[in-house]
Design a protein around this ligand. Structure first.
Ligand code: EPU
Length: 418
């Protein structure tokens, strides 16, 4: 049985390198569908979701190869097969992000409808409404959504909620639309700013990405370019949580404090010391952390992806913390696993009340998704005895060698593949 085994160890010490952001990489790969030619992407993490997005692109006729440990070369042909099949979308619902680029470059797109997942329902209504406003039309049949767009035309789109995926799909369609598109109440995540920087270098005219209002002036032609991805703030947050739980002093090379302001502030309130240094982030944790309340919000708020890490930290903090999930209704399922490790957590609707205890107790637990899986691994650092995290392939979807990176900081974490 594949598993990650964690045992208590000394306080963490040393330097760990943060990889490129999964959620920027997947979108930049999809954006390559906007223009034929060769793209060389750097700082690409070696994770399963990147493999899945590579398979999605290969199914469309793109030649994808690893040209270095963290480099991907994409050769996008003139003619694409504009279809994302069910077996790939089912593996990774983020595949829906090819919809906008395909409509913009081929005028048609056939993409399997993503189902719900462990977080609960994952609708794409805002993606579709935004693309419709640009002139696309959609039909759903046999589990697929089929889109057509003779001519995309710029317009003002006011998003009901700053959805990351909807903002990106609309942005990637708008770069090839006729005229100006304004996306209001856009998501502001750093990965969206990275995507926009990539599009700009391809020849697009995008301003305001990273703010709530994005202006896009459509252009007729785009060209392939090379790009280096921004660092993964959620991976960096995972190392911060690790040092919060195991204590110690580490340097997270490549992490960008300016992408994680609210997180750094919250962890500071809990008693951690975190400061930006040249080329990364220095983090120090000594003694027991204090409980705080945490509510997830779209960027620049506390990311929903950080939440399982906070629940793990609060489970051994001094006091009671209330965690409120405002994005994904079902994103508390891993709490039962932490409870098996002795954590005192009660959930009610979208709230969790976490009463800190002195130490967790190692137990066999199952990783339900990428982030919760990583949180269970780092929770094991604050547990007596052995914590065995099964289904680690969920963790591999978003983390490159999490066990190895934590071990390099002195943690007792091993990965076993049977
Ligand atoms: N929503 C709708 N309709 C839509 C789109 C979204 O109702 O058409 C709702 C969702 O159900 C959810 C909220 O809006 O309640 C936010 O969803 P959003 O669209 O912002 O999320 P996403 O684009 O599906 C990305 C990340 C997630 C991250 C969220 C929130 C990628 C591939 N995924 O998802 O990351 O949690 O933004 O920040 O970028 C992960 O990396 O493990 C992960 C799950």
């Amino acid at each position: 049985m594949d598993r990650i085994v964690v045992r208590p160890g000394p306080p963490l010490a040393g330097t760990v390198q943060v990889g490129g952001a999964k959620n920027a990489c997947l979108k930049v790969m999809a954006a390559s569908l906007l223009a034929p030619g060769r793209y060389v992407l750097d700082n690409v993490p070696r994770i399963i979701d990147v493999e899945t997005m590579s398979d999605v692109l290969v199914a469309m006729g793109v030649d994808v190869r690893r040209s270095g440990p963290h480099q991907l070369t994409l050769d996008v042909p003139e003619e694409l097969t504009p279809e994302a099949p069910y077996e790939l979308v089912e593996r990774m619902r983020a595949s829906i992000i090819v919809l906008g680029p395909l409509l913009a470059s081929c005028g048609v797109a056939r993409v399997a409808l993503p189902g719900g997942d462990d977080f609960g329902p994952r609708p794409i209504d805002m993606h579709l409404r935004g693309l419709e406003a640009l002139g696309a039309s959609f039909e759903a049949a046999h589990g697929y959504i089929e889109g057509r767009a003779e001519q995309l035309t710029g317009t003002r789109i006011l998003l009901e909620f700053p959805s990351v995926g909807a903002t990106e799909n609309i942005l990637m369609a708008a770069v090839r639309a006729k005229g100006v598109t304004v996306i209001d109440n856009a998501a502001r995540e750093p990965e969206i700013a990275d995507l926009a920087a990539f599009l700009d270098r391809m020849g697009a005219r995008v301003t305001g990405a990273g703010t709530s209002t994005i202006h896009v002036e459509g252009v007729e032609e785009l060209a392939s370019v090379d790009h280096t991805l921004v660092p993964d703030r959620v991976e960096a947050a995972t190392f911060l949580a690790a040092v919060g739980l195991a204590r110690g002093e580490i340097f997270i090379e490549g992490a960008r404090a300016d992408h994680m302001d609210m997180l750094v502030q919250k962890l500071g309130e809990m008693g951690m010391r975190i400061s930006p240094a040249s080329g990364g982030l220095w983090a120090y944790s000594r003694g027991r952390l204090r409980a705080v309340d945490v509510a997830t919000l779209p960027y620049p708020g506390i990311a929903t992806d950080y939440k399982p890490l906070f629940v793990a930290l609060l489970s051994v903090a001094d006091g009671v913390g209330i965690v409120t999930e405002n994005l994904f209704a079902g994103r508390f399922r891993y709490v039962d696993e932490l409870t098996r490790m002795g954590a005192d957590i009660r959930t009610e609707g979208n709230h969790a009340v976490v009463r800190g205890i002195d130490r967790l107790s190692g137990a066999p637990v199952r990783a339900p998704d990428i982030r919760a899986g990583a949180a269970l691994v780092v929770a094991g650092l604050a547990a007596d005895g052995e914590t065995v995290v099964t289904d680690p392939q969920h963790v591999d979807r978003g983390y490159e060698n999490l066990a190895g990176k934590l071990s390099s900081l002195g943690a007792d974490v091993s990965r076993f593949n049977d």
